[in-house]
Design a protein around this ligand. Structure first.
Ligand code: RRO
Length: 331
């Protein structure tokens, strides 16, 4: 009933964690892989080539309807996540990359394909994070359209080279083609949606976008202490939680209109209940990723979302996700 597709790959449910949430350590990834929870996919914390400590603490805080973070890309490095994911086989696995330079991203892509060739690691896809708002001195690539196009040009050249090697290798067939996606920042101006979509459409091999990353550089103030609530960047950080849902829905829907069915969308932002999931899918999402609410409730949130979504679908007489995906009505 809840099956959905990204490109040709079928998922039994539309649920996945948002990269960064519940996916830093092998233990957390192992929990996401547990059959007790109904997410059919999981993704690792955005990684760099080497291990990274990230920004000083406190660097994550949550409130009733929002979270703010300036983690600064703490992670155990690409080899750790490749190794961790190779031991998890219950669900589909994505790896998220957030190199601090184009070269670092290319080196990590090389590491993934080398691993695939040597160890035959079965991962479903790669999400290239073009939108981390928290690395001091590094602007978000997704806000610089020329830079984004240059990045993707080089990345897809690299992928193409490896894929040709794989095709020549008799051990592999087309089933080994990875889903390739990018994680985008939120856009707020109609001309920016169009510029971003024009870049994305140039890349035939791009299978999905994840939209949106946290809303960058918000500021939460505590009245009592007359202070900011996180330490890095004088309190500025990426916002998540239900306050960002309208921005997330706008991004999902606009990209659905601009990209059609060529590039699938993983909707991300402000999902706390089944109705939010329903709205993301109605706006055009094929899958929905959960960030802040997963941090608050743990992986049990996926099961809650599933039963609430099914209740809404039953009430409306929808049997499948495809019955309402992208069918948002306009007045
Ligand atoms: O680690 C982070 O600070 C972080 C990342 Br990489 C990201 O993509 N989005 C976010 O809100 N935080």
């Amino acid at each position: 009933m809840l099956n959905t597709k990204i490109k040709g790959t079928t998922f039994n449910t539309p649920f996945i964690n948002a990269s960064g949430c519940w996916c830093y350590s092998h233990n957390e990834l192992e929990e996401l892989n547990d059959k007790r929870y109904c997410n059919d996919a999981l993704i690792s914390k955005s990684s760099t080539f080497q291990i990274r400590d990230g920004n000083p603490e406190p660097r994550y805080k949550e409130f009733d309807n929002l979270s703010i973070n300036s983690m600064g890309l703490p992670n155990y490095g690409i080899k750790y996540y490749l190794n961790s994911l190779s031991n998890l086989n219950e669900k589909r696995k994505f790896i998220s990359l957030s190199g601090l330079s184009l070269n670092e991203n290319l080196n990590m892509i090389n590491a993934i394909y080398e691993d695939l060739l040597i160890n035959e690691t079965q991962i479903s896809g790669i999400e290239i994070n073009l939108s981390c708002p928290n690395v001091i001195g590094k602007p978000q690539i997704g806000y610089d359209f020329l830079e984004m196009e240059m990045y993707l040009d080089k990345i897809f050249d690299n992928i193409n080279t490896f894929e040709n090697r794989i095709k020549d290798n008799t051990k592999f067939n087309n089933n080994n083609e990875l889903l390739i996606g990018v994680k985008l920042p939120p856009y707020f101006d109609m001309s920016h949606f169009e510029s971003a979509a024009a870049v994305l459409r140039k890349f035939e091999r791009l299978n999905f976008i994840t939209s949106i990353n946290s809303v960058g550089n918000g500021l939460v103030i505590d009245t009592n202490s007359e202070s900011v609530v996180i330490k890095p960047k004088n309190g500025f950080g990426g916002l998540g939680g239900s306050i960002i849902k309208p921005t997330a829905l706008a991004n999902v829907h606009k990209f659905y209109q601009l990209l059609g069915d060529k590039i699938d969308i993983i909707g991300c932002g402000g999902v706390t209940n089944g109705e939010d999931v329903f709205q993301h899918i109605l706006a055009g999402a094929s899958m929905v990723s959960i960030g802040t609410e997963l941090m608050k409730k743990g992986p049990q949130i996926f099961n809650n979302l599933q039963s609430e979504l099914i209740e809404i679908m039953n009430h409306k007489g929808y049997k499948y996700i495809k019955d309402f995906r992208g069918k948002l009505k306009h007045l």
